[in-house]
Design a binder for this molecule. Structure first.
Ligand code: AP5
Ligand code: MG
Length: 180
C-alpha cells in the first residue's frame, strides 16, 4: 500500500504517521524531515534549503522529487509533506508507475488555522515563529490545497477532521482506510 498524508503545516501529519507506518508496515518518507537532516549535516543542499524553509517558502520541486526518487524501495510508503504541488504529484505518479505501483489513498487532515497557529507556537521548531507560520499557511492555500481537489477527483481522498485527541484522529483514519 502507498499512502499520502496531506494537510496544512501543523495539522498532525508527523504525529499520525507514527502509528500508520507500524500498522501498515510502510516506509515513512517525510521531505521535511529529510531537509532538516540535510541542514543538521551542514550539506550544501541543507544550507540552501534552510534559507527557504526559514521563510516558509517551498524548496524547488526538482530537489524534493530527487530526494523521494532516491528513497523509494519495494516496501509500501507513507508520503508525509510530499507531494506539495501538482508537479510533485505528477512526478510521484510517474515514479511509482515505473514499478507498476500507485497511490492507494490520500489522508487529508483538516484543521482550522487558529488551532494550527496555537499548536505550532507551542512546539517552537525553527520555522515556528508567527511570520513564518503565516506564510507557510498561505503557501499551503495557494500551492498545496489544489491537491485536495486533484485527489478527490481520482476518488482517493479520505477527508479526516484533524482536531481532537491524537488517538481519536488515528481511529478516524483507521476507519477510513479499513473500508478500502
Ligand atoms: P514539513 O516538515 O513538512 O512541515 P509542515 O508541512 O509545515 O508540517 P509540520 O511538520 O510543521 O506539521 P505536521 O503536519 O507534521 O504536524 P505535527 O505532527 O508535527 O516542511 C517544512 C518545510 O520544508 C516547508 O515549509 C518547506 O519549506 C520544506 N518542504 C518540505 N516538504 C516539501 C516539499 N514536498 N516541497 C517543497 N518544500 C518542502 O504536529 C504539529 C504540532 O501539533 C506538534 O507539536 C504536535 O505534537 C501537535 N499535535 C499533533 N496532533 C495534535 C492534536 N490532535 N491535538 C493537539 N496537538 C497536536
Ligand atoms: Mg511534519
Amino acid at each position: 500500500m502507498n499512502l499520502i498524508i496531506l494537510g496544512a503545516p501543523g495539522s498532525g501529519k508527523g504525529t499520525q504517521s507514527a502509528e500508520l507506518i507500524n500498522r501498515y508496515h510502510l516506509t515513512h518518507l517525510s521531505t521535511g524531515d529529510m531537509l532538516r537532516a540535510e541542514i543538521a549535516a551542514g550539506s550544501e543542499l541543507g544550507l540552501a534549503a534552510k534559507a527557504i524553509m526559514d521563510k516558509g517558502e517551498l524548496v524547488s520541486d526538482d530537489i524534493v522529487i530527487g530526494m523521494i526518487a532516491n528513497r523509494l524501495n519495494d516496501k509500501g510508503a507513507l508520503f508525509d509533506g510530499f507531494p506539495r504541488t501538482i508537479a510533485q504529484a505528477d512526478a510521484l505518479d510517474a515514479l511509482l508507475a515505473q514499478n507498476g505501483r500507485r497511490i492507494d489513498a490520500v489522508i487529508y487532515l483538516d484543521v482550522d488555522n487558529e488551532e494550527i497557529v496555537k499548536r505550532m507556537l507551542a512546539r517552537g521548531r525553527a520555522d515556528d515563529n508567527e511570520a513564518t507560520i503565516r506564510n507557510r499557511l498561505s503557501v499551503f492555500e495557494a500551492q498545496t490545497k489544489p491537491l485536495v481537489e486533484h485527489y478527490r477527483n481520482q476518488g482517493k481522498l479520505r477527508h479526516i477532521p484533524g482536531t481532537g485527541a491524537v488517538e481519536a484522529i488515528a481511529g478516524r483514519i483507521r476507519d477510513a482506510l479499513d473500508t478500502e
